[in-house]
Design a protein around this ligand. Structure first.
Ligand SMILES: Nc1nc2c(ncn2[C@@H]2O[C@H](COP(=O)(O)OP(=O)(O)OP(=O)(O)O)[C@@H](O)[C@H]2O)c(=O)[nH]1
Ligand SMILES: [Mg+2]
Length: 495
C-alpha cells in the first residue's frame, strides 16, 4: 500500500528540466559523478596544489603597496605569542594552531616563543627584553618573518620590525594571506581583497616603511619600489587608489549578492528545505558533504580548504529533496574584516532551516572549537538557528575526547566521514529534523496527472500511495500552494 511507484529516471528528468534549470549550477552534473570515495572525490586538489604560493591576483593595482603586501612570501618564520590568561595547555594549543596556519600559508616554522605577561606591551607587543631575545633567534635561525599570535596595532608592528629587522605580521594578516591563496571564485576573491584592503588601509605607512627598509629582501624583490620607499605623495596616491578600489569591490559584491538572493528566493519558492554545514576549519565539513551527496568537493588536510560555499541538492531516503551548503570554516579570532567580507556568503547559513555543526572529535580542544564557532554564528546572526552537532573523525578521536563531548553535548551524533561510521544515523536525524510540509491531502489522482505526483515527490511527502483502476490514491503532506492543485481530485477522508 505504501510503496512508491516512481521511476527514478523519470523523476530526475522532470526535476532537472522543469523547475531547477540552472539553479544549482554545475551541482547536478557533479552529483551524478558517483559515490564519494574515502573523504570524497577530491576534484581540484591537483589544481590547488599547483596554485599554491603563486602570489597575488591580477588587479588594476599592479604597482602599489597592496600588491606587494600580497606578494610577501612568508617562508622561514618564527612564531611569537603573549600568554595573558588560560593554562599552559591553552597556550600550547594556540601556538600549535598558529603553526598550522603558518604552514597552510606555505611557511616553514623554525621556532616559537611565548611570553607570559598580564597584557601585551603597547609599544612592541612582547616586552623589551623579549624583543632582544627574539632578534637573536631570528638571526640564529635565519628567519625572514615573525608572526605574532594576535592582532597588533600598526605601531606595534612597526616598532617590532624596527627592532628585529625582519618583516613582522600578525595572525590577522596570516589568515588573510591564506584566504587570498585559496579564494577561487570571483566573489571569494573580491571578498578577500576587500578584507585585505581594509586591513592594509590602516597600515599603509607601516608596510611601506618596512618594505623600503627591506630593499633586496624577498618582500621587495618583485615589488619594484622596494629600494625607494613610498614617500608622502606616493602614500597619498596609494591611499586614494585603495579607497577607490574598496568602493569598486563593495559595489561588485553587492551585485553578486543580488544574484545569490534571487537564487535563494527561487529555492524558497519551491520550498526546498536547506541545511548549512558549519564548523571549525579542517573539521571535515566538506568530507561530510561528500559523504552525504557524493559531491566531489575539495577535501584537504589544510586550514580553509573551502572558501566558496557549495550548494548541493540531495534527498532523504523517502525522496524528499533538500539542499546542503558547505561553508567556509571558522577559526578562533577570525579577523573581523573577513567575517564582514564573507557576511553575504555566510548569510546562506543564517537562512538555513538546520545547521549541521561539525566538530573535529580528534582536536585537542574540541569544546574550544565549538565555542569559537558559536561566537562567529552569533556574530553573523545565526546564533538561534536549529543546530545539529556532529562529532567527526570518530576513527581518530580519543575515548577521553568522545566522553567529554558526550557529557557536554549528549545530543551530538558521532560519525567518521572517513570510514562512513554514523553517516546513516546522521541521515536519519537530518531526515527527522527537516521541516515537514504542513497540509495533508487525500486525493485520487488520475494517471494523466503524473506531474502532480512528481511535485509531491520533490517538495512534499507521501504517507500512502495505492494504484487503482482510476488513478493513484494518495495521502500526502504538501505545502499550501500545492494543496490547492489537488482540490479537483480531493477525496473525503477514509475512516
Ligand atoms: N581520520 C579522519 N580524517 C578525516 C575525517 N573527515 C575528514 N578527514 C580529513 O580531515 C581533513 C579536512 O577535511 P575537510 O573535509 O577538507 O574539512 P573542512 O571542514 O571542509 O575544512 P575547511 O574547508 O578547510 O574548513 C582532510 O584531510 C580529510 O581527509 C574522518 O572522519 N576521519
Ligand atoms: Mg571544506
Amino acid at each position: 500500500m505504501t510503496a512508491h511507484h516512481h521511476d527514478p529516471e523519470h523523476y530526475d528528468d522532470a526535476f532537472d528540466d522543469e523547475s531547477f534549470d540552472g539553479d544549482f549550477d554545475d551541482a547536478y552534473a557533479a552529483e551524478t559523478d558517483g559515490e564519494a570515495t574515502y573523504d570524497g572525490d577530491q576534484l581540484d586538489l591537483a589544481a590547488r596544489n599547483s596554485l599554491r604560493r603563486v602570489a597575488g591576483m591580477s588587479t588594476e593595482l599592479a604597482d602599489i603597496t597592496e600588491v606587494e603586501y600580497r606578494k610577501l612570501l612568508l617562508e622561514r618564520v618564527v612564531l611569537v605569542a603573549v600568554w595573558t590568561s588560560g593554562s599552559q595547555v591553552d597556550v600550547d594549543n594556540s601556538l600549535a594552531e598558529l603553526k598550522q596556519l603558518a604552514e597552510t600559508a606555505g611557511s616553514q616554522v623554525l621556532e616559537g616563543l611565548v611570553q607570559r605577561r598580564s597584557k601585551p606591551d603597547p609599544a612592541t607587543y612582547i616586552g623589551s627584553g623579549k624583543v632582544d631575545e627574539l632578534r637573536e633567534v631570528v638571526v640564529a635561525t635565519g628567519a625572514d618573518t615573525v608572526i605574532c599570535d594576535g592582532e597588533l596595532a600598526p605601531a606595534q608592528l612597526r616598532n617590532l620590525e624596527d627592532r628585529v629587522k625582519v618583516k613582522v605580521v600578525d595572525r590577522t594578516a596570516l589568515i588573510l594571506d591564506i584566504f587570498a591563496q585559496h579564494a577561487k571564485s570571483v566573489e571569494g576573491k573580491a571578498q578577500v581583497e576587500l578584507a585585505q584592503l581594509n586591513y592594509l588601509k590602516q597600515r599603509l605607512r607601516g608596510w611601506g616603511g618596512n618594505l623600503s627598509r627591506q630593499a633586496g629582501g624577498r618582500a621587495a624583490a618583485g615589488a619594484g619600489i622596494g629600494g625607494r620607499g613610498p614617500g608622502e605623495t606616493k602614500l597619498e596616491t596609494d591611499r586614494r587608489r585603495i579607497h577607490h578600489r574598496i568602493a569598486q569591490l563593495r559595489s561588485k559584491l553587492r551585485e553578486m549578492d543580488t544574484t545569490r538572493e534571487a537564487k535563494r528566493a527561487e529555492r524558497q519558492r519551491h520550498r526546498i528545505p536547506s541545511i548549512a554545514i558549519v564548523g571549525y576549519t579542517n573539521a571535515g565539513k566538506s568530507s561530510i558533504l561528500n559523504r552525504l551527496t557524493g559531491a566531489g568537493v575539495l577535501v584537504e588536510d589544510a586550514l580553509f580548504a573551502t572558501l566558496d560555499p557549495t550548494t548541493r541538492r540531495t534527498q532523504t531516503d523517502d525522496g524528499r529533496i533538500y539542499t546542503l551548503t558547505d561553508t567556509v570554516g571558522f577559526v578562533r579570532h577570525l579577523p573581523h574584516d573577513l567575517v564582514e567580507a564573507f557576511a553575504s556568503t555566510l548569510e546562506e547559513s543564517v537562512a538555513a532551516d538546520l545547521l549541521v555543526h561539525v566538530v573535529d572529535g580528534s582536536d585537542p580542544d574540541p569544546l574550544g572549537q565549538i565555542a569559537a564557532v558559536r561566537t562567529v554564528l552569533n556574530d553573523i546572526g545565526a546564533g538561534n538557528r536549529a543546530e545539529q552537532l556532529v562529532i567527526n573523525k570518530a576513527d581518530l578521536a580519543s575515548p577521553e575526547n568522545l566522553q567529554l563531548l558526550h557529557t557536554h553535548a549528549p545530543e551530538a551524533i558521532v560519525v567518521s566521514a572517513r570510514t562512513g561510521a554514523g553517516i546513516e544515523e546522521l541521515k536519519r536525524v537530518i531526515d527527522s529534523r527537516l521541516p515537514h510540509p504542513e497540509v495533508e491531502v487525500r486525493a485520487l489522482v488520475p494517471y494523466s496527472r503524473g506531474d502532480l505526483l512528481d511535485q509531491v515527490h520533490r517538495s512534499g511527502e507521501f504517507l500512502t500511495t495505492e494504484h487503482t483502476a482510476d488513478g493513484t490514491r494518495i495521502v500526502a503532506r504538501v505545502h499550501p500552494e500545492l494543496a490547492v492543485e489537488f482540490a479537483a481530485y480531493a477525496e473525503d477522508p477514509v475512516s
